[in-house]
Design a protein around this ligand. Structure first.
Ligand code: 13P
Ligand code: ZN
Length: 272
């Protein structure tokens, strides 16, 4: 069996894991990760698997998606401060093998944080639906993006209305959020319920706003998933900056259609 520090080197030098570490750091620097706010996960495919042994097991009470069975998922630990993930990857991350009724810890959680993120159900269920919708899917990012959360306090929690308000703020919004942004009403976090409702929304979209909490977004890479949150938050920031001013111009339905036609985008049906 390989020494543990060999396994650590193999995992932490993978470009996909490096990207995850940079993303955790970037989120912290955006001011979106107060204390342990936010969590990240990635489906990991190892070309040559080291000889892992199961260090611990975490029971799962959800119906684990079939397409995740036997898969490896790397996820931040519960309570981990995203600002520390880059410096302490082995203490901050958990590499899990997904089984029908449990997650096996193969690597990580080497310090004081001893469980995967409390949003594990949302991550597993959402990986399942996103992978089914798009085989290139790999990453989920949950973060407390400030402007997106603020907007969820002042705009009705209707996803068409919410999405249209985002789209009208700037050219990029419809370009990158063409499939629309789902909205969930406030509910307690870290539960199977929020996981089920999130995955339900992500079956045909890549991002969900959790009212008065944060954003949950997916992508083929961490850059793509975080990129979606960045666009949502930028549009939300513009909205909040100007909503109280006498706005003289915002993108009309006609202009949104023009942009979509130009880019060949299939925008969410019935929105414009
Ligand atoms: P964890 O530290 O358990 O990942 O929780 C953070 C969070 O943002 C919950 O929604
Ligand atoms: Zn959160």
């Amino acid at each position: 069996m390989r020494a543990d520090n060999d396994v650590t080197r193999i995992i932490t030098t993978m470009p996909e894991v490096q990207e995850l570490l940079r993303t955790a750091d970037a989120i912290y620097h955006k001011g979106w990760a107060e204390r342990n706010g936010g969590n990240l996960s990635r489906l990991l495919i190892l070309p040559n698997e080291p000889d892992f042994y199961v260090q611990r097991e975490f029971p799962l009470t959800i119906d684990v998606p079939e397409n995740l069975l036997g898969q490896l998922v790397i996820i931040t630990g519960s309570g981990v401060y995203l600002k520390n993930v880059m410096r302490e990857p082995e203490a901050s991350l958990a590499l899990l093998r997904i089984r029908p009724d449990r997650a096996e810890l193969l690597w990580g959680l080497s310090g004081t944080f001893d469980r995967p993120s409390s949003e594990l159900a949302a991550h597993l269920l959402s990986h399942g639906v996103r992978l089914a919708a798009d085989p290139s899917h790999r990453v989920l990012v949950h973060t407390h993006a400030t402007n997106a959360v603020a907007m969820s306090a002042v705009v009705p929690l209707d996803e068409r209305e919410f999405t249209l308000k985002l789209w009208r703020q700037c050219t990029e919004a419809v370009m990158f959020l063409y499939d629309g942004v789902a909205v969930l009403p406030w509910m307690p976090c870290g539960t199977a319920e929020i996981g089920l409702r999130t995955a339900d929304k992500l079956a045909d979209r890549r991002a969900v706003i959790w009212a008065r909490h944060g954003v949950f977004a997916s992508g083929a890479s961490a850059d793509e998933a975080l990129g979606l949150v960045e666009i949502i938050d930028k549009a939300a920031e513009l909205y909040l900056k100007i909503a109280h001013l006498p706005v003289t111009f915002e993108l009309s339905d006609e202009q949104l259609r023009e942009m979509s036609a130009l880019l060949g985008l299939t925008v969410r049906e019935g929105y414009v």
